[in-house]
Design a protein around this ligand. Structure first.
Ligand code: G3H
Ligand code: ZN
Length: 284
């Protein structure tokens, strides 16, 4: 089937009390790993491209790979722009066939973030594309986006209500203590804050920086109303570890298929585990 929107997948998730995984797409092996996992688990799935992913693979390859994957898959697949940086970039992605865009105005003052998201949402909604926004600043590093620990700020629940009403996004990414990249210690998630946001906001909520968050915390986040969970770092770790293992065992190996094949399998395993953890298995 054709790509579906993230809004459609996550509205069903919010009603069903589970979350849909969003996995970062950079190359064919990642794509195949994620889609194979989704089919094995009978799970809906979100593919997404970060700034680094777009630079590395090129927007046309990302869009074409995801379209082919969705058309051939037996489960619903969405393609989202992850941490979009401008109105113009969101428009290009829509034009290229993305079914969803995130416009990340979290570094902007409140009013400017609202204005940017509203501007994107007005156009995106007119052509059936869903929009994710972010309020508060999620710490850590993802590609070009670096937020130092001391600059990370939690989402204010009252502001979240006003933000959603005025900017009209379909999903809201919340800053509740997670961070992008590899954690130094155990993340401390502010569940009370999540509960307060959930009470005031009636659109699906998104958890970024979910790699390395303990399973129990993820389960609780899903119970408290997280409907989309982003995973990138854990795929990178699985990919790299598998490649290292192959090359350590066979330093003279020169066949890319024998190096990348095990990496693809390792990532598929991670994605399947996440789908079971998020409760999306069996929902497609
Ligand atoms: O937008 C992408 C995700 O938030 C990635 O988070 O670095 O914990 O995998 P991660
Ligand atoms: Zn993120």
């Amino acid at each position: 089937m054709a790509l579906v929107t993230v809004a459609e997948l996550t509205r069903a998730a919010a009603e069903g009390g589970y979350a849909v995984g969003a996995f970062n797409l950079n190359n064919m092996e990642i794509l195949q790993a994620v889609i194979a996992a989704a089919e094995e688990e009978r799970s809906p799935v979100i593919l997404q491209a970060s700034q680094g992913g777009l630079k590395y693979a090129g927007i046309d390859y990302i869009a074409a790979m995801a379209r082919v994957a969705a058309e051939n898959a037996s489960v619903p697949v969405a393609l989202n722009l992850d941490h979009g940086t401008s109105f113009e970039q969101a428009m290009v992605c829509i034009r290229k066939g993305f079914s969803a865009v995130m416009i990340d105005g979290s570094q902007l003052p409140f009013e400017e973030n609202i204005a940017l998201v509203k501007r994107v949402a007005d156009v995106a909604h007119a052509v059936g594309v869903s929009v994710e926004a972010e309020l508060g600043k999620i710490g850590g590093t993802e590609d070009d986006i670096v937020v130092a620990e001391q600059d990370a700020t939690m989402t204010n629940p009252d502001e979240a209500a006003e933000f959603v009403e005025r900017a009209q996004p379909d999903l809201l990414a919340v800053a509740i203590g997670t961070a992008h990249g590899v954690y130094k210690g155990e993340p401390r998630i502010d569940f009370k804050r999540l509960e307060e946001i959930k009470k005031r906001v009636d659109i699906p909520l998104v958890l970024h920086g979910a790699s390395g968050v303990p399973d129990e915390a993820i389960r609780k986040a899903c119970q408290l109303g997280i409907s989309k969970i982003n995973i990138d770092t854990e795929l990178r770790v699985a990919f790299t570890q598998a490649v290292r293992n192959v090359l350590e065992a066979a330093p003279n190996e020169i066949d890319p298929r024998k190096i990348l094949g095990p990496a693809r399998e390792a990532m598929q395993k991670v994605v399947q585990e996440k789908m079971r953890l998020f409760g999306s298995s069996g929902r497609a």
